[in-house]
Design a protein around this ligand. Structure first.
Ligand code: ADP
Length: 264
C-alpha cells in the first residue's frame, strides 16, 4: 500500500516533466557526469527549462563540477527544493544531502534504494522541459532501481571511451537498457583523440572510432566524439560550466552537435 502511494507521488512529479533522459555508462571514469552536466547546461542555454539530478550515490560529482559543494538545499514539508544555477537550470545532487563525501560508500542496498526513491518522490522541480539524470555507473541495482522507479524515462545516453574494455562495458549497458525496455537514445564517445595545442597533430590516445562502429553494429544512434581537452578537467575541477566558458573549443562544439542529434 505504502509503495503504491509512493509510486503515485513519483508519477505526479514526473508528469510535470517533458523528457527524462538518463546518462549511463558501463563503468566509472569515462566522463558520464561531465556529459550529464554539460548536456544540462547546453539545454538550459538553449532556453529549455532543465533539471539535473545526480543520483550517483558512490561518487556524486555534480556539486564539484558546478562549484556547488556545501550548498544547502531548501525544504518544504514533503519536498526538497533544488538549487537554481541559472534561470533555466535547477540542480539536485545526492551529494547535497550527504554530510561527508564518504557517507554513502558504506550504505547497503535497501538504504540506497530508499534514498533514490525519496529523491524521485520529493524533489520539487516544478514544470521542466528536460530532466537529465546522472545515474550510477554500471548495470547494477542502482541504475535498475532508478529505471524501474521512474517508469516513464524517455531513454538513455550511454557514454563510453573508445578502447575495447569500455566498449564491451557499453555493450552490456545497451543490453541492460534493452532488457528493461528503455530506449537507447544514443552512444557518445568521450575522450576520443587529443589534438596537440602546439603542433595541431591529433593523437588517438584511447584509439578512436570504436564507439561509432559499435553503435552501428548494435543498431543505436551515434551522437558523436568528444575529444580529450585538458580544459574540461580544469573547468570540472574549478566548478565552471565548460560548454559555456569554452564555447569555441572543439570539444564544446562536439557537445553541441551531440545535443542537436539527441534532442533536435
Ligand atoms: P564518470 O562520471 O564517468 O566517473 P567524470 O565525468 O567524473 O567520469 O570524469 C572523470 C574525469 O575525466 C574528470 O576529471 C573529468 O574532468 C575528466 N574528463 C571527462 N571527459 C573529459 C574529456 N573529454 N577530456 C578531458 N578530461 C575529461
Amino acid at each position: 500500500k505504502q509503495m503504491q502511494i509512493e509510486q503515485a507521488q513519483i508519477r505526479q512529479r514526473m508528469a510535470r516533466i517533458g523528457r527524462k533522459i538518463l546518462v549511463l555508462s558501463g563503468k566509472g571514469g569515462v566522463g558520464k557526469s561531465t556529459v550529464a552536466v554539460n548536456l544540462a547546461i547546453s539545454l538550459s542555454l538553449a532556453g529549455k527549462r532543465t533539471g539535473l539530478l545526480d543520483i550517483d550515490i558512490h561518487g556524486p560529482s555534480v556539486p564539484k563540477i558546478l562549484n556547488l559543494e556545501g550548498k544547502m538545499v531548501g525544504g518544504m514539508p514533503d519536498a526538497i527544493l533544488p538549487v537554481e544555477l541559472n534561470a533555466n537550470l535547477k540542480v539536485m545532487s545526492i551529494g547535497f544531502l550527504l554530510s561527508s563525501a564518504t557517507d554513502a560508500v558504506i550504505w547497503r542496498g535497501p538504504r540506497k534504494y530508499h534514498m533514490i526513491k525519496q529523491f524521485l518522490k520529493d524533489v520539487e522541480w516544478g514544470e521542466l522541459d528536460y530532466l537529465i539524470i546522472d545515474s550510477p555507473p554500471g548495470t547494477g541495482d542502482e541504475p535498475l532501481a532508478i529505471i524501474q522507479l521512474l517508469e516513464t524515462a524517455d531513454g538513455a545516453v550511454v557514454v563510453t571511451t573508445p578502447q575495447e574494455v569500455a566498449l564491451s562495458d557499453v555493450r552490456r549497458g545497451i543490453t541492460f537498457c534493452r532488457s528493461l525496455d528503455l530506449p537507447v537514445l544514443g552512444v557518445l564517445e568521450n575522450m576520443s583523440g587529443f589534438v596537440c595545442p602546439t603542433c595541431g597533430q591529433r593523437t588517438d590516445i584511447f584509439k578512436s572510432g570504436g564507439g561509432e562502429s559499435m553503435a552501428a553494429s548494435m543498431d543505436v544512434p551515434f551522437l558523436g566524439r568528444i575529444p580529450i581537452d585538458p580544459q574540461i578537467v580544469e573547468a570540472c575541477d574549478s566548478g565552471q560550466p565548460y560548454v559555456d566558458k569554452y564555447r569555441q573549443s572543439q570539444a564544446a562544439q562536439a557537445f553541441s552537435e551531440a545535443v542537436i542529434r539527441l534532442v533536435g
